[in-house]
Structures are given as C-alpha cells and as structure tokens.
Design a protein around this ligand. Structure first.
Ligand code: F6R
Length: 255
C-alpha cells in the first residue's frame, strides 16, 4: 500500500466486515505504533456504518510485568485509549494479560482459559518487531508456546525506549500470548510500516519458518493476511508478483 493510512483502511475493512457479520466477535488486539491507523480507520467505519460494538470482546496480546495499569505505557492503559474508547467497546469485555499479578505464570494460564471460554479469537491484529517478534515472542520462542512470562530482547527494550523517559525505565519482562495462542486465532492480520520493518517483513513472508523469526509462523496459518506499506515491502523478492496478484484479484476488495 502506498501509505500507512491505506494499510490501516485495508486492515480496518477486514475487522469491519467481521463485526458486521458477527457482532459478538472476539477480536485480538495489539499495541504499538503499527495498528494505530487501523484503529483510527475502524473507528470511522464503525461510526459511518453505525456498527454495533457493544457485544464485541477483545483480548490484548501482551503486557509489561510490574508496570501499574494506570501508567501511560502499560498496555492496559494503551488499549483503553487506542481501542476500547475509540471503538466504543464495553471495558468489561476487554482483556489484557495481568502483568501486575502476584503470580504472572498462573495469570498466563488463566488468560488462556479466558480466551477459550470466550470461544477463541475470530480476528487477531498483529504488528511485527524489527527482530521478527509477534506479541512479545522474541526470536527463539517456541512456535507452540502459550501465554507466559518472557524476558524482552535488548533490541525490543531499545525499540520501546522511545515511549519511556529513559531506556532504564522500560520493563525487562512481560506476559505475552504465545505463538501457539496467536496461531489458534481463526484469522490473522499483520500490519507493518516503514523501512525499519523491511527485513522482518521479508523474513516472515519469504524466509524459512523458524523460531529465529517468530512471525514466519504465519506461513503455517490457513488465513493470514499481511498488509504493508511501500517502505516495509522494500526487501521482498517477489514484490512484483504480489502486486500482480493484488491487481488481478477477482474477489471484492476496497478501492
Ligand atoms: C504489541 C506487540 C508487538 C508490536 C511490535 C511492533 O502488542 O505485541 O509485537 O506489535 O513490537 O511494534 P510497533 O508497531 O510499535 O513497531
């Protein structure tokens, strides 16, 4: 896509159609910069089409350990500001891993049970880290993992330092859905923008399926869509082919 805004509109189209088809859908939501244009476009679609969001549930991918939920970088806070409020979701139906739990490992197992009790995730939003992570599943994560405690890679701490006053304030641990958890969603939508994602995008789409690039596991999902801007597409070997396929799609798609 030419711009991050178009990436967002296209991803939002998938979510809007899902909500229209099944108003009590279970959405998987991500934090970070990548999904913001999607949430903005989706909020507009919800308003324009008067979509009912009161019955939706949402499960976030991850949360820092030890960051109070009212801290403006905690994912409880971020999800509330970027997803729950703009999409008009019922806060009681929006779930974020309990990074402040006394026993985070048990909280991870409870999170798995909650996703299952809700019927599983219908559509999962994903960004990708510059190192190929999805959720906070850093390179070398088990491709079968479930929600659990992880240590953030130094690259992720450095990447996320931009959100904190100084790098030393970035938490070093998190509670994250596992790769197996993410793969259990019925549909995956990964968005990426910018040159800093070009290597990760090439590795996830065209590299071997490998724990060294956790996002490459999307190759094994039967319904995964990757939506990226020009800069993020820069290192794809088959880029012309993907454009050809896109331009020759016979199924209905937005302008
Ligand atoms: C966020 C998450 C991460 C981010 C990834 C990209 O919940 O799970 O995998 O999607 O770190 O972050 P941005 O979009 O900020 O580049």
């Amino acid at each position: 896509m030419p711009t991050p805004e178009r990436v967002g509109e296209l991803a939002a189209d998938i979510f809007a159609r899902q909500i229209a088809k099944k108003p009590d859908s279970v959405l998987g939501v991500a934090t970070g910069s990548s999904p913001l244009t999607t949430y903005q476009a989706l909020a507009k679609r919800i308003a324009d089409e008067n979509l009912d969001t009161s019955q939706l549930s949402a499960f976030a991918l991850d949360e820092y350990i030890g960051l109070p939920y009212d801290h403006d970088q905690s994912y409880h806070y971020v999800i509330n500001e970027t997803v729950t409020k703009p999409l008009g979701l019922d806060p009681a139906r929006v779930h974020v891993p309990a990074g402040m739990a006394e026993n985070p490992a048990e909280a991870g197992r409870e999170y798995e049970r909650a996703i299952e009790a809700a019927g599983g995730v219908d559509v999962q939003m994903l960004g990708v880290g510059g190192n190929g992570h999805i959720g906070f599943n850093e390179p070398s994560s088990s491709l079968a993992s479930r929600t659990r405690v992880k240590t953030l890679a130094p690259k992720t701490v450095a990447d996320n330092a931009r959100f904190f006053d100084k790098a030393s304030l970035v938490p070093t641990h998190c509670l994250t859905q596992g790769i197996g958890t993410i793969m259990s969603a019925r549909r995956l939508v990964l968005v990426a923008n910018g040159a800093s994602k070009a290597d990760a995008v090439a590795a996830l789409a065209e590299g071997p399926v490998s724990a060294m690039c956790p996002a490459s596991v999307l190759q094994m999902h039967e319904r995964a869509t990757v939506i990226i801007d020009e800069a993020a597409a820069a290192k794809l070997q088959l880029r012309e082919y993907y454009e050809y396929v896109w331009n020759n799609k016979t199924v209905q798609r937005p302008e």
